[in-house]
Design a protein around this ligand. Structure first.
Ligand code: SF4
Length: 219
């Protein structure tokens, strides 16, 4: 392969996940890596993205997120940040889309919201109790392997109910991977995530990443 082709391949296959200099943070152009995505960014696409922050909802989300980051970075837990975000964003009603396996955690979070005078409406993932086979889930992909009635997770229905409730902001608590994607796709209000479900690590997906040189090296 010619040097030119090697260089092209190098630039094409490396992305921000391969970067360790992060020189885009302070626009240190002389320190950009050879494959830097900022150095080769499509200027029109960038202008299009920046213009979208003029939209009222986008602006409120972006400026409120910046307030939380600027004032509480490293000081507040995610629960505290989320409560503060709700208040400063000005959400009148918060939708909670929760996994039924985390109703205890959802209940504790909702009692915190109540203490802060925040109105909420919570819907569990099994809402409607629709049997898994209804949408074609085969018995081998159920937890009881078809031996018991198993209600499917129904994130589209969770989203529809919270849309009907006219929530201003939704919060996900422990929805399964993929179900969260469906909820976000069908929800009308902006959605943020408080908990991602990871039963093995106590809902901390970073654990296998932090321990990738040890036990998790096999993956
Ligand atoms: S944009 Fe460039 S400097 Fe920033 S993380 Fe990506 S590769 Fe690194």
């Amino acid at each position: 392969m010619s040097e030119e082709k090697k260089e092209k391949a190098y630039r094409q296959c490396l992305t921000c996940a391969d970067c360790r200099v992060k020189s885009c943070m302070h626009k240190q152009e002389d320190k950009y890596p050879r494959f830097c995505l900022t150095a080769k960014v499509d200027k029109d696409l960038l202008a299009e993205a920046v213009a979208l922050y003029d939209d009222e909802v986008n602006k409120n989300l972006a400026l409120t997120a910046a307030e939380i980051e600027g004032q509480f970075y490293g000081k507040y837990t995610r629960v505290q940040e989320t409560v503060e975000f709700i208040k400063r964003y000005g959400a009148k009603k918060v939708g909670i889309a929760t996994c039924v396996g985390l109703l205890n955690e959802a209940g504790i979070f909702c009692s915190i919201l109540k203490n802060h005078g925040i109105q909420y409406y919570a819907v569990g993932c099994k809402i409607g109790a629709v049997e898994k086979s209804t949408i074609g889930i085969p018995p081998e992909n159920t937890l009881t392997k078809g031996e018991q009635y198993e209600s499917m997770c129904n994130p589209i229905m969770q989203a529809k109910i919270l849309n009907e409730q006219k929530t201003d902001l939704n919060i996900l608590i422990g929805l399964c991977v993929g179900h969260d994607a469906l909820f976000i796709k069908h929800a009308e209000a902006p959605t943020t995530v408080l908990i991602v479900k990871d039963r093995v690590t106590g809902h901390n997906p970073c654990v296998p990443l932090y321990t990738h040189n040890g036990l998790y090296s096999k993956i």
